[in-house]
Design a protein around this ligand. Structure first.
Ligand code: FE2
Ligand code: FE2
Length: 158
């Protein structure tokens, strides 16, 4: 279960990263700082994806699956929907997608990582020092999600 969850988190972060990249390029004209911030969040999401993959692989807990929709639920389809919305030529609803992302960011940090992944990690990692470091890795990501939520909110208020 945890291997699949890690795999799905990696894939989710990858989707989120390309979503932000897309948003950053759409915002480029006249909204340079919004665009810069979106680019920053996109790059951080890419880092999350890479770090989670490395974590999973090094623990021997990285299992590809086609069940991400079931495993991480609503968030998965919401990200896919947001992505297809933003890809619609000429009528991309940037504001709508940003609003959606505010709640997604908060949810992924709190529910997917904090309530789901962290306890599973505590279960499988017997060695206390390894667990301590692995938790730091995850806590940094959770902290970033909090920042993402706040940052996207600020862009919306701009
Ligand atoms: Fe992330
Ligand atoms: Fe995020």
């Amino acid at each position: 279960m945890i291997g699949k969850l890690i795999y799905c988190s990696v894939e989710l972060e990858r989707k989120v990263a390309s979503l932000y990249q897309e948003l950053a390029s759409l915002a480029e004209s006249g909204e340079q700082f919004a665009s810069l911030l979106l680019k920053q969040i996109g790059l951080e999401s890419m880092v999350h994806s890479e770090v989670l993959r490395s974590l999973g692989v090094s623990l021997g807990l990285y299992e590809e699956t086609g069940e991400c929709q079931t495993l991480i639920g609503d968030v998965w389809s919401r990200v896919e929907e947001a992505y297809s919305k933003i890809k619609q030529p000429g009528k991309a609803d940037v504001r709508g997608v940003l609003k959606e992302l505010v709640s997604l960011e908060g949810f992924v940090g709190e529910e997917t990582y904090h309530r789901l992944l962290l306890p599973l990690l505590e279960k499988v990692l017997q060695d206390r020092d390894s667990l301590r470091l692995a938790k730091l890795v995850l806590e940094k990501i959770i902290q970033d999600e909090g920042f993402h939520e706040k940052a996207v909110n600020s862009i919306l208020k701009y």
